[in-house]
Design a protein around this ligand. Structure first.
Ligand SMILES: CC(C)(COP(=O)(O)OP(=O)(O)OC[C@H]1O[C@@H](n2cnc3c(N)ncnc32)[C@H](O)[C@@H]1OP(=O)(O)O)[C@@H](O)C(=O)NCCC(=O)NCCS
Length: 159
């Protein structure tokens, strides 16, 4: 799993992506500190304990490092930033039944915009799974020889 580099000075505009989703009843916004326990429960149910740990860190700094997608007051996706390492985007995920409809793209572009607003010129997607998703959504490019990067010597989850 490699890392990828994103030029934050050449991002696509997130506003039209969010507007298109809003017309379909989907809101993309910052997760609020008082929603941290709801985010953690949702990520634990849909993804993994390690991602719950990373969400906990995202929600522990101010401003929080997590954007969510919601529909009918329910989380359907999330994207964290400035968590695993400074300037990193991830983890992120979209609920299985809503994938393929632009929610991941809107989330990751919004997270990248927030990193840019914090003063970064580049972001890094750490330990990428779907490279084509990040290439299409952000113009991200692979970082040579970046595996395993910071993800060496991972502790296994307890059984
Ligand atoms: C990866 C993920 C967040 C994408 O979310 P999504 O809402 O389905 O993505 P979108 O609909 O916004 O897709 C945006 C673009 O990426 C492409 N894309 C989406 N998922 C892809 C994948 N797994 N592989 C290749 N391309 C993908 C789409 O085809 C679309 O391209 P196009 O519009 O240029 O044709 C989602 O599939 C997911 O939650 N996966 C499981 C968790 C995961 O892998 N997280 C990332 C860890 S690094």
């Amino acid at each position: 799993m490699i890392d990828m580099l994103v030029k934050l000075y050449e991002l696509p505009d997130g506003a039209p992506l969010r507007s298109a989703l809003a017309e379909r009843g989907v809101t993309v916004r910052r997760c609020q500190p008082y929603e941290a326990h709801i985010l953690e429960e949702w990520v634990g149910r849909h993804f993994s304990p390690k991602w719950v740990s990373e969400c906990r860190v995202a929600m522990a700094h101010s401003p929080v490092g997590c954007v969510i997608a919601t529909r009918e007051r329910t989380i359907i996706g999330f994207a964290c930033f400035d968590v695993t390492a400074r300037g990193f985007i991830g983890p992120m995920g979209v609920s299985e039944d809503t994938r393929g409809s632009g929610i991941g793209r809107a989330l990751v572009v919004t997270a990248a915009e927030q990193l840019r607003a914090l003063g970064y010129a580049y972001a890094i997607i750490g330990g990428v799974g779907p490279e084509a998703f990040y290439e299409r959504s952000l113009g991200a490019i692979p970082i040579p020889a970046s595996s395993p990067g910071i993800y060496a010597d991972l502790l296994p989850d307890p059984q």
